[in-house]
Structure formats: structure tokens, C-alpha cells
Design a binder for this molecule. Structure first.
Ligand SMILES: NC(=O)c1ccc[n+]([C@@H]2O[C@H](COP(=O)([O-])OP(=O)(O)OC[C@H]3O[C@@H](n4cnc5c(N)ncnc54)[C@H](OP(=O)(O)O)[C@@H]3O)[C@@H](O)[C@H]2O)c1
Length: 303
């Protein structure tokens, strides 16, 4: 199988390039080989590779910047996604795509399921929802995975930012009035491997059903809860050997404390039961995955 992965330098793309190699030849493409800022250029990229599966991990993920660059966010998260979905359909490939908890407004107060009404409250969420809708309109073979609060042992993410701050500051202030589920990019990549494997078989047996699935860790917390847990874990796993933790207090603050250009939903926990039932797996608890990711980071620091 030829598997085309876009956004290969990102948190998820990097993990996908490793996981999916068990299924076939992975063509891991960075921005230079596959630029979603230029939707028109993508057709030739796909036609050249003739993939059996396209996994689109590229996205405009700068949530605040998107507020002043709506055109850029729409080009990458919507226009280009439609082109990739069309090209996947034309060459008979399965199209795998990722969306976000930010398609919801956060007012439900209970875990979101796939059929809950969408209502993005920021431009990023709007652009991702538009991408979802276009994939559905193209109507090829697709899987859309909505996920949340993605982190990894590399890249730019909340977990690495907090570890860095914990080693340079004595007091941290972290938002406690937004709740969701931190999700490890490696879990997403491994669940993608499994679902692509099963889907390819289903396509060959004419039993495949395209669909949208929530794919996020089980459990939930606030950004403050996530920060407190990961810093404690880092301290206990490193035993002081991997980097000195200076932080003594982690204060709870509300979202108004940090003025950001984009508004974020107050509650965006995604219920992954549909995915778990369909693919016969369980999404790990966010704490278990966080612990394993920290172990990876410490192994890298002490190597
Ligand atoms: N991060 C989260 O918290 C989060 C939450 C919910 C959903 N998601 C979704 O999960 C998926 C994976 O996100 P992630 O966390 O892996 O994001 P990430 O670490 O920010 O990676 C995004 C990737 O997209 C690439 N990219 C951006 N603009 C591009 C362009 N014009 N052309 C080609 N590539 C471009 C980036 O390339 P460069 O390295 O060159 O910039 C990077 O490789 C995305 O669909 C995202 O919307 C993420």
C-alpha cells in the first residue's frame, strides 16, 4: 500500500509516519512537498503518488492567529481539504482527516457525541468545520476524527510549554475554567493505524461506512489539572535527575486572566464511544498516556 501523510513535521504527522509504516510504504510529506496554502498544487502531488490512503495531518493550528488570518485558515483547513478529498475519491483512496473539539461552543456541559449540534465560536473551529462539511459533500471513502488538546514529546504544545515553565519559574497561573481531554499524538496515530487497517479490509468487502468519530482520551480535566498532573509526574519520574523543577505554586485562574484573540469553548470533552464500539478498542485515560509521554521525554533528556 502507498500511504500519503501530509503535515509530517507536526506532532501527529510525525507519529503517523512511524505507526503507519506497518501497513505499507509511507510517503511522509512536509510543507515543502505538499503545501496546503496552495490548494491548486495538491492535485499533481496526489496524482504522482497514486496513494491507497491519504492521511491529512496538516492543518492551520494557530488558533489565535486564525482570528486575523481567516483567509489562511480557510485555505489550509477547508479549501485544500476539499481538494485532497476529491483527489482521494478520484484515485479510489481512503481519506483520513482530523478535526477538533472546537467545532462545539462548549455550552453542553456534558461530553459531546458526534451528532450534537456544532457551533464553532472561533475562526479556527469554523475553518475545521467547513473542512469536515466539504469532505462529506465529496462523499468518497473517508474517516474524520475529531480530537482535542493534542500533545506529544516533540513539537509545540501545552505539555512541553508547562515543563519548560516549571523549570524556569516558581509560580505558574493556569486556566481552570476550560475542561476537556488531553490526547497524546501517539494514541491518535496508533488508533489511526488500527482503523485504517480495518477500513481497508471493509472497503475490499464492500462493508465500509464513511463516518465522523470522536477520538480523544477518556477522562477529563482542566488546563490547570493537566499542568498540575504533568509537573508532578515529571518530578516523580525524574527524581530530580532530568531537569530541576523550580515551580512551587500552580495558581488557578479564569480565562479572562489571559486575553487571547480567539475565544475557546469552556467545555469540550469528546465522548469516543462510537469509535470504541466500531473498532473494538478503548481510548486510554488521559493520565495514563500523559505518564507514558513524560517517560519518553525523560528518557530523551537522560540519554
Ligand atoms: N494541537 C491540538 O491541540 C489539536 C486539537 C484538536 C484537533 N487538532 C487537529 O489535529 C490535527 C493534527 O494537529 P497537530 O497537533 O499535529 O498540529 P501541529 O503539530 O501544529 O502540526 C500541524 C502540521 O501542519 C503543517 N502545516 C501547517 N500549514 C501547512 C501548509 N500550508 N501546508 C502544509 N503543511 C502545513 C505544519 O507544518 P510546519 O511544521 O511546516 O508548520 C505541521 O506539520 C490537525 O488536523 C488539527 O487541527 C489538533
Amino acid at each position: 500500500m502507498e500511504i500519503m501523510v501530509t503535515g509530517a513535521t507536526g506532532q501527529l504527522g510525525w507519529e503517523l509516519a512511524r505507526s503507519l509504516s506497518m501497513l505499507g510504504r509511507v510517503r511522509a510529506l512536509g510543507r515543502n512537498q505538499c503545501d496546503l496554502n496552495d490548494p491548486g498544487s495538491l492535485r499533481a502531488v496526489v496524482r504522482d503518488i497514486k496513494p491507497d490512503v491519504i492521511v491529512n495531518a496538516a492543518a492551520y493550528t494557530a488558533v489565535d492567529k486564525a482570528e486575523s488570518d481567516r483567509g489562511g485558515a480557510m485555505r489550509v483547513n477547508s479549501d485544500s481539504v476539499a481538494v485532497l478529498a476529491e483527489e482521494a475519491k478520484n484515485c479510489g483512496a481512503l481519506f483520513v482527516h482530523y478535526s477538533t473539539d472546537y467545532v462545539f461552543n462548549g455550552e453542553k456541559g456534558a461530553p459531546y457525541v458526534e451528532v450534537d449540534p456544532v457551533c464553532p465560536i472561533n475562526t479556527y473551529g469554523y475553518s475545521k468545520l467547513s473542512g469536515e462539511n466539504l469532505i462529506r459533500q465529496v462523499d468518497g471513502n473517508y474517516l474524520i476524527f475529531r480530537t482535542s488538546w493534542v500533545y506529544a514529546s516533540r513539537g509545540k504544545n501545552f505539555l512541553l510549554t508547562m515543563l519548560n515553565l516549571a523549570q524556569t519559574k516558581e509560580v505558574l497561573s493556569v486556566v481552570s475554567d476550560q475542561r476537556g481531554a488531553p490526547t497524546w499524538a501517539r494514541d491518535l496515530a496508533q488508533m489511526t493505524l488500527l482503523s485504517v487497517y480495518k477500513s481497508i479490509h471493509a472497503i475490499h468487502n464492500n462493508s465500509f461506512k464513511s463516518g465522523i468519530y470522536n477520538l480523544a482520551s477518556s477522562g477529563e480535566t482542566s488546563w490547570h489539572g493537566f499542568a498540575s498532573y504533568l509537573i508532578e509526574e515529571f518530578k516523580s519520574q525524574s527524581g530530580g535527575g532530568a531537569g530541576q523543577v523550580l515551580v512551587k505554586d500552580i495558581n488557578k485562574v479564569t480565562s479572562d486572566f489571559y486575553k487571547t484573540d480567539a475565544t475557546r469553548p469552556a467545555y469540550s470533552k469528546l465522548d469516543a464511544t462510537k469509535f470504541e464500539d466500531e473498532f473494538q478498542v478503548f481510548m486510554p485515560d488521559w493520565k495514563d498516556s500523559c505518564r507514558l509521554c513524560i517517560a519518553d521525554i525523560i528518557a530523551g533528556l537522560t540519554r
